[in-house]
Design a protein around this ligand. Structure first.
Ligand SMILES: NC(=O)c1ccc[n+]([C@@H]2O[C@H](COP(=O)([O-])OP(=O)(O)OC[C@H]3O[C@@H](n4cnc5c(N)ncnc54)[C@H](O)[C@@H]3O)[C@@H](O)[C@H]2O)c1
Length: 416
């Protein structure tokens, strides 16, 4: 009997598409068969990467509609920039509606959209299409998070009571492409870009694996945002030089630091707290993901830079700059941690295995775009809290049309 296989097309051929493609060497029963991005040369490069990794007879398509209508494409991984999310999805849905596609599912990168209204629009389009949908939150598939959560809940929480506090952080020295730095295109600054991960990981750790996502309820959010580093004149100038004149942090900064406290309750009213923090102003070896989970008689902690592999290069090793030891690497000398298999450690392998299996089985993924919608609503509540300098009750209706000042280009980043 022929094995059922999932043919996948990628929208976007940038940083994250290449990460995903690399991870597929560890995923069975799927072939990467298409890439579309506006720059056909780049799309071809990503397609060549997939072919070179023996992931399938991959080619660059001329349009989203053409790729979505191809008989061998069954699922699309939507990995374009945030400001094109809705437009990209509309193109997929057009092809699907015209009855030309063989699509069964769509997987959407984080954040689901730039704000709550756009995230609602994404959901309307997906619901209308009837396609299965997944929300690409890789960190829920980090082996340490998955294994740690499972053991804590099975052994410690079962005997001594549920965990009550999760602390999660994601930090690095700043994103790689200009659009991330532009509030209007990205939807905000580091809060929108990276707190989506930490919010979701904290919720995941605090949720009993035997119970549904909504067994814990978000009640209130308090948050702070700040521009700590990149609006200093010398760093604003550095940003302008490397990212172009559209990125002007003297006049239109985005936040490079954000923190939020989200108060939840469980189904019997126990208080739970998620403390999340994130920054583009952390200079260490590279990307650092940290998580803690605390309960009455136990704790869990993870730090992605506490690697078992470390290298020491003396001052005489003066190599070129690279990102070959760790994502967002900052140095090539001294004592350096190396994340030996980043696609596994950050969760991409587990994530892609999960969504491929769901789509092949025709089952709706448990981690899906409704989760992405709720995360967006929580992030918008956090922006509102930071702007109004007060704790805000979580009420999706209240932030339905809210657009952060950072995204509107009216945030000064200065203290009153
Ligand atoms: N899960 C994670 O940890 C993670 C990490 C990085 C990025 N992301 C998300 O992935 C998405 C892409 O980010 P990236 O880092 O790959 O960005 P990138 O700038 O490296 O790549 C973006 C890609 O989109 C293409 N593009 C440009 N215009 C487009 C359009 N109109 N329609 C579709 N594609 C278009 C570009 O050609 C490029 O190939 C973003 O939503 C980002 O938030 C997630």
């Amino acid at each position: 009997m022929a094995t059922k296989r999932l043919g996948i097309g990628f929208i976007g051929s940038g940083f994250i598409s290449k990460f995903h493609i690399q991870s597929f060497v560890a995923v069975r029963d799927a072939d990467i068969l298409g890439v579309w991005s506006p720059n056909k040369g780049r799309a071809q490069e990503a397609a060549d990467l997939a072919r070179s990794l023996r992931l399938g007879d991959c080619r660059a398509f001329d349009s989203i509609e053409e790729m979505a209508s191809s008989p061998d494409i069954h699922a699309i991984w939507l990995c374009g920039p945030n400001h094109k999310r809705v437009e990209n999805l509309e193109a997929i849905i057009r092809a699907n509606k015209a009855g030309k596609s063989h699509l069964v599912g769509i997987a959407v990168e984080k954040p689901l959209a730039r704000n709550a209204a756009e995230a609602r629009r994404v959901m309307e389009l997906i619901e209308e299409s009837g396609l299965l949908h997944g929300y690409l939150e890789d960190q829920l598939f980090e082996p340490g998070i998955v294994r740690g959560r499972e053991i804590v809940w099975r052994r410690a929480a079962a005997l001594t009571g549920r965990p009550y506090l999760a602390r999660c952080a994601e930090e690095h020295s700043g994103p790689h492409a200009p659009w991330f730095w532009q509030g209007d295109l990205q939807g905000g600054g580091v809060l929108n870009d990276m707190m989506c991960h930490s919010v979701e990981v904290a919720r995941f750790l605090l949720t009993d694996p035997a119970k549904p996502r909504n067994s814990i309820t978000p009640l209130k959010v308090s948050a702070t945002i700040a521009s700590l580093k990149w609006s200093r004149p010398e760093y604003a100038e550095q940003l302008r030089q490397t990212m172009g004149k559209e990125v002007d942090y003297l006049t239109r900064p985005s936040e490079d630091f954000a923190r939020a406290t989200i108060e939840y309750k469980d189904e019997v009213g126990n208080p739970l707290i998620a403390e999340v923090t994130t920054s583009w102003s952390y200079v260490g070896a590279g990307l650092r993901l940290t998580s803690e989970l605390l309960g009455p008689e136990y704790s869990l902690s993870i730090n992605s830079l506490d690697t078992s592999l470390k290298l020491f290069f003396s001052r005489r090793v003066r190599g070129s700059e690279g990102e070959d030891l760790v994502e967002k690497q900052n140095a090539e000398q001294g004592l350096m941690p190396v994340v030996a298999n980043e696609t596994s450690e950050y969760g991409y392998e587990g994530e892609n295995r999960y969504f491929v299996n769901c789509f092949l089985d025709g089952t709706q993924p448990e981690i899906n775009c409704y989760d992405g919608l709720e995360v967006t609503q929580l992030l918008m509540t956090a922006y509102k809290s930071a702007e109004e300098e007060r704790t805000i009750a979580f009420d999706p209706k209240e932030i339905e049309s809210f657009v952060p000042a950072v995204a509107r280009g009216t945030w000064s980043g200065k203290q009153a």
